[in-house]
Design a binder for this molecule. Sequence first.
Ligand code: ATP
Length: 272
Amino acid sequence: KDQQSLVETEQPQLTFDDVGGLEEVKQNIRMNFVLPLQQPEMFEAFGKQAGGSLLLYGPPGCGKTFLARAVAGEINANFIHLELQAILSMYIGESEHNLHDLFEKAREEKPCVLFIDELDALGGSRHQMRQHHERMLVNQLLLELDGLESFNDQVFVIGATNTPWYLDTALRRPGRFNQLSFVSPPGAEERATILQLKTAGKPQQDLDIRKIAGATSHFSGADLNQLVDEATQLALHRSLKAGSIQPITNEDLTQSLKNRKPTTLEWFQTAK
Ligand code: ATP
């Protein structure tokens, strides 16, 4: 079948503990996605079902995809990752058909997190044919999202975009995505947590995580990840040369920091 070449199902091992910060978003997800599965009687008594949708937005590299994977890990669900561009590159008709099949697939593999990335691809175009194509796909997506509620089928749709201002307005209306959450760049405290997570288990010597967290304002989680990767690389090279394990040092981190710039500032400057 077509969609099988388009996306694969995974069973992520990540959990919320692997995601640094974003406490509010996690709490929101716990309340809407996790607890309804764990305590269905409680939620049913109040007319609430397990399932639904959530829209994540914010600067690149701050953990939208990572968090969506962790949601699946957290509830032992399957995970399907769809990049909308891939589906938009198909013919009109074929796109909608494939989107429908994906939702079917998610239902078959429930509980399932269906992650739809690059949602802004639906709404930015000025090209007429393309606009028509996007509109058709938006309509199909709205149909599928509407269907979620009546099915009560433990399918969780998480949409993501870096540019919510380009998103088709029909998708932003209430009742389309039940929940909306901003995935913000990490603050100093959260950066420390992320640095801790990324260095954990690696040979290291008295790392001053607080100091690095303080010196990395406006860094995204992805920026911090790269920073640690580069420092790791330095220690690894040293180790290979020495023929014995040489730990990651503060110097390695400061050295890597020299080559890095924060990437989230630009987002706030271009945000509309
Ligand atoms: P994009 O919009 O560019 O797709 P994104 O918001 O989906 O970005 P991710 O792909 O989730 O960002 O993040 C990239 C990498 O950065 C992750 O694989 C992870 O290693 C790291 N990362 C980002 N945010 C966090 C976080 N809060 N905690 C731990 N790691 C993070």
